[in-house]
Write a protein that binds this ligand. Structure first.
Ligand code: NAI
Ligand code: 13P
Length: 335
């Protein structure tokens, strides 16, 4: 019977464990402590997912690290913790260096500006066997069995196919890609644009304004992606426009809600506290700007989001600056 490991009893980690189980796999869900293991076992998942018990008998919940005994039967691992905790979680998980490991996080490393697969490589994991999972995947919808699609990017399509089979269950449909850079960058950068969209919703600017932010946001995500070696098509796919649409429009999105709270005049730290869960875009904005500066790429929306989070200006000031930019040709990155 195939077995997979999932690192992190987060909303997404528990959802992925449930999907792997529903697809017929045994799962080892690695958590931070025995106390957390007991709580997740007792709830059959996570209360904040609001779906009741979702984990069945084939999901085995254990504190990290993965024991040598368990590792022997494991075909791959998914890491589903926020990007700021990613490095430490992978180190604590003790996954064998030869194991295929996929990042399910949507962020960039604050200290090194690295993508999560680059963090894995720095920790000694084989670049040929690491990958990234992304797409319009709100955990609260997927855990209820609602239809959704995702994309898994691995350098080797054969490995991607194995992950597709492992994860595709019921109404969850996984596509394969080889553009690891693009899938990771799209997943991280869209969170920043969703904060801007949330701010526009918060100011009651309407759907036209949100659609403009999404479209110009996608253009700047793509520009940076191309400069860093991604493929343009990925930004037109599930990890790009797909996830951007879900995150900018869904009231379930924490990044969107963060933008709405900023527009209501809340301080960034208070807004994060109120949401009480991961707001990846708040960490990603300054990192994306650093990457863009190094690559000589302009990211006007991301720059305004970072300035608001940094306390340099208010949301209305940031919106006025975007609207006041010089009129330009509609440049859409092509390759
Ligand atoms: N929630 C969602 O719908 C989706 C989330 N993601 C991504 O998955 C990653 C995790 O996000 P969520 O599942 O939403 O997290 P979450 O907001 O449900 O959980 C984050 C919290 O989980 C706790 N946690 C549990 N295990 C942890 C560990 N091993 N290390 C550190 N903290 C741990 C911490 O208290 C942390 O603040 C993020 O990068 C997010 O962008 C991706 C797709 C969907
Ligand atoms: O990445 C997500 C959906 O695909 C989750 O979005 P939020 O982190 O904004 O809630």
């Amino acid at each position: 019977m195939p077995a997979y490991a999932v690192v992190g009893a987060t909303s997404w980690g528990v959802t992925l464990a449930a999907l792997l189980e529903r697809a017929g796999n045994d799962v080892i869900l690695l958590v931070r402590s025995e106390l957390e293991a007991r709580a997740v076992r007792a709830a059959g998942g996570l209360e904040r997912l609001g779906a009741g018990p979702v984990l069945g008998p084939r999901v085995h919940i254990h504190p990290m690290p993965l024991t040598a005994n368990h590792a022997a039967g494991v075909s791959g691992a998914l890491v589903a913790v926020p990007s700021h905790a990613f490095r430490a979680a992978v180190q604590a998980a003790g996954l064998p260096r030869s194991l295929p490991v996929v990042s399910a996080a949507k962020g960039l490393d604050l200290e090194t500006s690295s993508r999560m697969t680059e963090v894995l490589h720095a920790l000694g994991y084989d670049p040929a066997r690491t990958g990234a999972l992304s797409g319009p995947n709100l955990a609260h919808e997927i855990i209820r069995g609602l239809p959704a699609a995702a994309v898994i990017a691995t350098p080797d399509l054969e490995l991607g196919r194995a992950w597709q089979t492992a994860l595709s269950a019921g109404a969850f449909r996984v596509y394969a890609s080889t553009d690891v850079v693009g899938v990771e960058l799209a997943g991280a950068l869209k969170n920043v644009i969703a904060i801007a969209a949330g701010a526009a919703w918060g100011l009651e600017f309407g759907a036209n304004a949100v659609a403009a932010i999404m479209t110009r946001g996608l253009a700047e995500m793509t520009r940076l992606g191309l400069a860093l070696g991604a493929e343009v098509a990925t930004f037109n796919g599930l990890a790009g426009v797909g996830d951007l649409a879900a995150t900018c429009f869904s009231p379930l999105s924490r990044n969107r809600r963060f933008g709405e709270l900023l527009a209501a005049g809340r301080a960034p730290a208070d807004a994060v506290d109120e949401i009480g869960e991961t707001v990846e875009g708040a960490h990603t904005a300054p990192v994306a700007l650093r990457l863009a500066a190094a690559a000589g790429v302009e990211l006007p929306i991301t720059a305004e989001v970072a300035a608001v989070i940094g306390g340099e200006r208010t949301v209305p000031e940031a919106m006025l600056r975007l609207l006041g930019r010089p009129l330009a040709r509609e440049e859409l990155p092509r390759r």
